[in-house]
Design a protein around this ligand. Structure first.
Ligand SMILES: Cc1cc2nc3c(=O)[nH]c(=O)nc-3n(C[C@H](O)[C@H](O)[C@H](O)COP(=O)(O)OP(=O)(O)OC[C@H]3O[C@@H](n4cnc5c(N)ncnc54)[C@H](O)[C@@H]3O)c2cc1C
Length: 289
C-alpha cells in the first residue's frame, strides 16, 4: 500500500531545488516512477513529500555538441533509443536501450532515474562507464561533475548529496579507430541483467590496443570497471591468450552474489566468457571504424 504524501510538480529546476532544500530528508524525487513506485508499493519507501521532476522540460534534451553528446536527466529511454544522432554517433547507447525493459517502461522511465536508482544490474551505467561518460549534479549551491564510474557507491546508493539532482549526462566524442560492444545476459527478456559486460577499445598503430574501458553490470555492488583486466590488454596487440587472461582477471575483481536468477559461480562464468567476447567485438568494430 502506498502511504499518503504531499505532492509537488515544479516546472523549473530552480523551483525543484528550492523544494529539495526545504524538505530535505523528508522528501523524495520522482521522475518516471518506474523504479520508485515499485519500492513505494512494497512500503519500502514512504516519503511525506514527493517532488515530481518529470515536468521540468529544461532537463529533457539530447544535444550533439563539439565536446560530445549531452543528455538531460529526464530524457526518456525511448527518446534515446529513437534519437537519430545517437543511433549514428553512439549506436551502442541506442542498441542498449532496445533491450532495456519494455516499450511501456522505456516511454516513462528516464535515463537519470535509472542511474540514480543505483541498481548495479541496470543497463545504462555499464555502457556509460565504457563510453567514458560524465555525470553532472546540480544543487542550490551549484554544479559538480564526476566520471560515471564514480557515481555508484554501493547497492542502490549513489554519490548524490542531499539537495542535489542529477541534471546531465555527457558522453565524449568517439575517437578514431574506436569500437564498443555491450551484452546483457538475462533469463527473462526485457528484464534486468543476470550479468552484463560493456567494452570500448581504441586501436593505435599496428592495431595495438591504445585504450580500453571495460564495465561489468550485476557483478558487484556497483557497476564495476575492472582495471586489472584492462591493464592486461592496454598497450598490447590483443590476442586470444590475452583475452582469456583479461576475462580471468575480471572474474577476480568482480564480487557477484547468488540470487534467484543465478548463483555466484554462474555469474563468474558469464563474466569470464563475456569480457573476452565483448572486447573482441569492440576491437573488430574499431578495425573497421
Ligand atoms: C518491468 C520493469 C523492467 C525493467 N527492466 C530494466 C532493464 O532491463 N534494465 C534497466 O536498466 N532497468 C530496468 N528497469 C528499471 C527502470 O527502467 C529504470 O530504473 C527507470 O529508468 C527509472 O527511471 P524513472 O524516471 O522511472 O525513475 P524513478 O522511478 O522516478 O526514480 C528512481 C530513483 O531515482 C531518483 N531520481 C530520479 N530522477 C532523478 C534525478 N534526476 N536526480 C536525482 N534523483 C533522481 C528517485 O528519487 C528514485 O530514487 C525496469 C523496470 C521495470 C518496472
Amino acid at each position: 500500500m502506498i502511504h499518503d504524501f504531499e505532492y509537488f510538480a515544479p516546472k523549473t529546476l530552480k523551483e525543484a531545488l528550492a523544494l529539495l532544500d526545504k524538505y530535505q530528508d523528508d522528501c523524495k524525487v520522482i521522475c518516471g516512477g518506474q523504479s520508485l513506485l515499485v519500492l513505494m508499493r512494497q512500503g519500502l519507501v514512504a516519503p511525506p513529500y514527493m517532488i515530481d521532476i518529470k515536468g521540468i522540460s529544461e532537463l529533457s534534451y539530447i544535444k550533439d555538441e563539439k565536446d560530445g553528446l549531452k543528455i538531460g536527466a529526464i530524457t526518456t529511454h525511448r527518446a534515446i533509443e529513437k534519437s537519430a544522432v545517437i543511433k549514428k554517433k553512439y549506436p551502442l547507447l541506442a542498441k542498449m536501450e532496445t533491450r532495456l525493459a519494455s516499450i511501456q517502461t522505456r516511454n516513462w522511465g528516464t535515463i537519470g532515474g535509472n542511474v540514480c536508482h543505483g541498481d548495479p544490474a541496470g543497463d545504462p551505467a555499464a555502457v556509460f562507464i565504457a563510453l567514458g561518460a560524465t555525470f553532472t549534479m546540480t544543487g542550490s549551491k551549484g554544479k559538480r561533475s564526476m566520471p560515471a564510474e564514480d557515481f555508484s557507491l554501493d547497492y542502490f546508493e549513489t554519490a548524490l548529496e542531499p539537495g542535489e539532482l542529477l541534471t546531465e549526462i555527457s558522453v565524449p566524442p568517439v575517437p578514431p579507430k574506436t569500437g564498443s560492444a555491450y551484452y546483457k545476459f538475462n533469463v527473462i527478456e526485457s528484464d534486468l541483467a543476470t550479468a552484463s559486460v560493456a567494452a570500448t577499445v581504441t586501436l593505435g598503430a599496428g592495431d595495438v590496443c591504445k585504450d580500453i574501458r571495460l564495465a561489468l553490470g550485476a557483478s558487484a555492488p556497483i557497476p564495476l570497471r575492472p582495471k586489472k583486466a584492462e591493464a592486461i590488454l592496454k598497450g598490447k596487440k590483443i590476442t586470444d591468450a590475452l583475452l582469456k587472461q583479461a576475462g580471468e582477471a575480471a572474474v577476480k575483481e568482480a564480487e557477484p552474489i547468488s540470487d534467484i536468477y543465478a548463483s555466484e559461480e554462474y555469474r563468474r562464468e558469464l563474466i569470464k566468457v563475456l569480457v573476452p567476447r565483448m572486447t573482441r567485438e569492440a576491437m573488430d568494430k574499431a578495425k573497421k571504424a
